[in-house]
Design a protein around this ligand. Structure first.
Ligand code: ZN
Ligand code: ZN
Length: 449
């Protein structure tokens, strides 16, 4: 039966071995299609006792000679990749419509179903891909390759798509009034310019709101980290993804907050991470990074979803002096409690007003050592430091001041005095996002050829 199909195919016109073998590509593991085609041709010649004639290479009516050009295309792909750094690749083929049509006509001639064997495209992807891997000492990756080479058969060109590279790390923000991401000025829409009033002669002038920078805050974590990564990887653009964010006026201390920087179109992937860390350090005193690692795309989602528990430190001021024992008792009372929080008033009012519950795992309060104003008792004061370890999403300022009863219970409620939050810092974002590391970058691939 398989010989009947081969006879039908061979009778259709000059046919190369790969095109013949592709008809039965699902048979006999361990053979190339060229090997299958050659074997079929031999078997037909033997069975029919006819003289053997090797298949043509260039004037095959199905592929028009393309199946003899895998090496040419692999060379073209290597050229097109130039000096782009990659560890994994994938090859795609845009086949001319005529060849795809011939491929299905051949199946009709052979009396086979239209989807018999393997399509021209997938053989091309595999054969050129195999050669590209050999020439460059890299591995094929069908999921998220570093580079994708698209073979434009008709145009005789290779289009290269360079996929982003990712760097994972944790950052500390050592100063207040630093936003996490760049925050365009709302007054000028980020242009940094505004129209001067007629009385001042009209025309454009620097935006009075942002001083012409176009940004609401002069400094951001993003601009401290992302450009250094973009430069190190010689990319076109770098995007910053943080595992949640702290308030602009809060420091991020302790072990830092996880982030991923995504660098688009990198020409370099195997960067020296110690050098990159130093480059970021050189750029700013406001932000520090540590634990940099090369990561995969999956890390972006993982970091974004990380609803980690956090530890905060609040500097608070009480309306009336609070006794040490009362402060300790109030903190104790919050621990393990289900805190019910209506969306805070300070939060963007476009957000739905709803009640959420969160837990405080640990709360501890210390009276300010040298704050004794308005109090006769040495064991009481108007200022304190409160440390809160709470679930992700806990509104910690509101936990302290109560937000006019929108958060219950609250420190203010329990103490019976108004609480003002003067400072807020994040000490720790717990829950390490286990990075999907790009270990293969560091393996010695060696190069064959
Ligand atoms: Zn062919
Ligand atoms: Zn502005």
């Amino acid at each position: 039966m398989i010989l009947d199909a081969a006879r039908g195919a061979l009778a259709s016109g000059p046919l190369c071995d790969p095109c013949l073998g592709r008809l039965v590509a699902d048979r006999s593991f361990g053979l190339t299609n060229e090997g299958r085609g050659s074997a079929l041709r031999t078997a037909v010649a033997l069975a029919d006792d006819e003289s053997f004639e090797a298949g043509p290479e260039d004037d095959c009516w199905v592929c028009e000679g393309q199946c003899s050009r895998y090496d040419t295309w692999a060379d073209r792909a290597v050229d097109a990749l130039g000096d782009v750094d990659f560890a994994t690749y994938q090859v795609g083929t845009r086949a001319p419509p005529l060849i795809e049509e011939n491929d299905s006509l051949l199946r009709v001639e052979a009396g086979l179903p239209e989807d018999a064997g393997e399509p021209f495209k997938s053989e091309y992807n595999r054969e050129v891909g195999k050669r590209l891997g050999m020439r460059t000492g890299t591995d094929v990756d069908f999921e998220r390759p570093d580079v994708l080479c698209l073979l434009e058969i008709e145009r005789e060109t290779v289009d290269v798509q360079v996929n982003p590279a990712f760097v994972y790390g944790r950052y500390r923000k050592l100063e207040r009034d630093v936003s996490q991401t760049e925050w365009p000025c709302s007054a000028c829409g980020g242009t940094g310019k505004e129209l001067a009033p007629k009385s001042e002669g009209g025309g454009e002038r620097p935006c009075t709101e942002c001083g012409g920078s176009g940004y609401r805050y002069d400094h951001s974590v993003e601009t401290s980290i992302a450009p250094a990564a973009r430069e190190a990887m010689d990319g076109s653009e770098a995007l910053f993804h943080g595992a949640g964010r702290e308030d602009v006026d809060a420091k991020m201390l302790g072990t830092g907050r996880p982030f991923v920087v995504e660098v688009k179109h990198p020409r370099v992937r195997r960067v020296d991470l110690a050098d990159l860390e130093a480059a970021i350090d050189d750029r700013t005193d406001r932000v520090e990074v540590e634990g940099l690692r090369l990561a995969t795309h999956a890390m972006v989602e993982r970091v974004k979803e990380l609803d980690a528990s956090k530890t905060y430190r609040l500097g608070v001021r009480f309306a009336d002096p609070v006794r040490r024992a009362d402060l300790e008792a109030a903190c104790e009372a919050l621990v393990g409690e289900t805190i019910s929080q209506r969306t805070p008033r300070r939060v963007d009012h476009r957000r739905a007003d709803l009640v959420r519950t969160r837990e405080a795992y640990a709360v501890c309060g210390t009276l300010g050592e040298d704050e004794r104003e308005g109090s006769d008792e040495p064991e009481a004061g108007k200022r304190a430091t409160i440390e809160v370890h709470g679930a992700g999403g806990l509104y910690v300022k509101e936990l302290a001041h109560g937000d006019d009863g929108r958060t219950e219970p609250s420190l203010a409620d329990l103490l019976g005095t108004a609480v003002e939050v003067e400072t807020l810092d994040v000490l720790a974002v717990t829950g390490e996002a286990e990075p999907f590391e790009r270990a293969e970058y560091f393996l010695d691939h060696g190069t064959e050829n």
